[in-house]
Design a protein around this ligand. Structure first.
Ligand code: NAD
Ligand code: TYD
Length: 351
């Protein structure tokens, strides 16, 4: 049977790279992108595939059960790759309920829609849930997150993702749904909304605006290029063992302040500014409430069992990322002004 894959959150940062990879590499699959187009969803991310024969878009909210049933039936969905989520920790601190609604309630709705559509043949379909390493909590200076590390989420965002992970596994145990879960470290690359550290700094350096570094900038994150995450999702989808969890990460830990300095140095060169100009924009600001100290993924399981490895060094990935943002000023202007919502209305001639 040919696959008809529902990819949720496909207009977002990671989702758009997953959609592009699947639409291009698997012309025999039907790829259905379901996205509510929140502030983080932008169809301009998908210009390269919007006319493809095997691609279609459905504007829908995963909180709406009836809409999900209609989409499952209309496209005869055979598999799900679930990325739709509220994804920004700072927003989760100011509005935790929005995270419960989409990440927990929305995920359970989606599980129910899949269970209903696949009744009697749950073992023949895959529900792939894309999650984060933040569910494991915060590390001190040593050690790594393994697939067996106990969950210990510390922010409303990570608590909501942890809850969604638990529900997905509960559906596997209770209803024998075929599932797989992956937990990835911080992603960076083209198309990331400029509220997250790296694109925020690139945008601010470009505009000579302050670079807000939380606390002392000593917090550590493990960074992976977004296209390497998309490749990992492809491999887990096709080769992952049902019921398993795979940690995805680049073994690439950086203190925030070192990343910000690296961006300043590279952008001074690229913009022809005198060395040291952008570093003067660094401003230490009040720390994030409950700020997790360190995340670090041990990605040996996916490397050994599925043969996935990151393809890019951080230095190359950061160059590609900066160059993309500098070359795509219009994209940045649109997402920061909200004009991308007009693009949607024009493309689909609707509200
Ligand atoms: P993003 O915020 O860029 O995109 C999220 C997408 O989901 C947007 O297109 C948005 O419109 C859509 N969406 C939000 N609420 C929705 C709803 N109720 N119904 C339908 N669509 C909705 O997020 P991202 O960074 O691309 O992350 C994608 C997934 O990967 C998330 O599940 C996130 O938890 C996970 N993840 C992200 C990272 C990272 O570093 N960004 C790392 C590991 C895992
Ligand atoms: P972020 O990109 O929001 O990802 P996450 O919180 O999911 O890891 O933040 C990455 C790190 O950068 C995190 O330790 C918080 C810090 N940070 C700043 O110092 N300043 C900022 O303006 C932002 C957005 C983040």
């Amino acid at each position: 049977m040919s696959k008809s894959i529902l990819i949720t959150g496909g207009a977002g940062f990671i989702g758009c790279h997953v959609i592009q990879l699947f639409v291009t590499n698997y012309p025999e699959y039907k790829i259905v992108n379901l996205d509510a187009l929140t502030y983080a969803g932008n169809l301009e991310n998908l210009k390269s595939v919007e006319g493809a024969q095997n691609y279609s878009f459905e504007k829908a909210d995963i909180q709406e059960a009836e809409a999900l049933d209609v989409i499952f039936a209309k496209h005869q969905i055979t598999d799900v790759i679930h990325l739709a989520a509220e994804s920004h920790v700072d927003r989760s601190i100011s509005d935790p309920l929005a995270f419960v609604k989409t990440n927990v309630f929305g995920t359970v709705n989606l599980l129910n829609a899949a269970k209903k559509a696949w009744a009697g043949e749950l073992d023949q379909h895959l529900f792939y849930h894309v999650s984060t390493d933040e569910v494991y909590g915060s590390l001190h200076d040593g050690g790594f997150f393994l697939e067996t590390t106990a969950y210990d989420p510390q922010s409303p965002y990570s608590a909501s993702k942890a809850a969604s992970d638990h529900f997905v596994r509960a559906y596997a145990n209770t209803y024998k749904m075929k599932i797989v879960v992956s937990n990835c470290s911080n992603n960076y690359g083209p198309n990331q909304f400029p509220e997250k550290l790296i694109p925020l700094c690139i945008n601010n350096i470009k505009n000579m605006k302050q670079l807000p570094v939380y606390g002392k900038g000593e917090n550590v994150r493990d960074w992976l290029f977004v296209k390497d995450h998309a490749r990992a999702i492809d491999i887990v989808f096709h080769k992952g063992k049902a019921g398993e969890t795979y940690n995805i990460g680049g073994f690439n830990e950086w203190k925030n302040i070192d990343i910000v300095r690296l961006l300043c140095q590279k952008m001074d060169e690229k913009l022809g500014r005198e060395a040291g100009t952008s570093e003067k924009l660094i401003t230490f600001v009040q720390d994030r409430a409950g700020h997790d100290h360190r995340y670090a993924i041990d990605a040996s399981k996916i490397q050994k069992e599925l043969g996935w490895e990151p393809s890019l060094q951080f230095d190359e990935g950061i160059d590609i990322t900066i160059d993309w943002y500098l070359a795509n000023e219009e994209w940045l202007d649109h997402v920061t002004s909200g004009a991308y919502q007009e693009y949607y209305k024009e493309l689909y001639r609707t509200d």
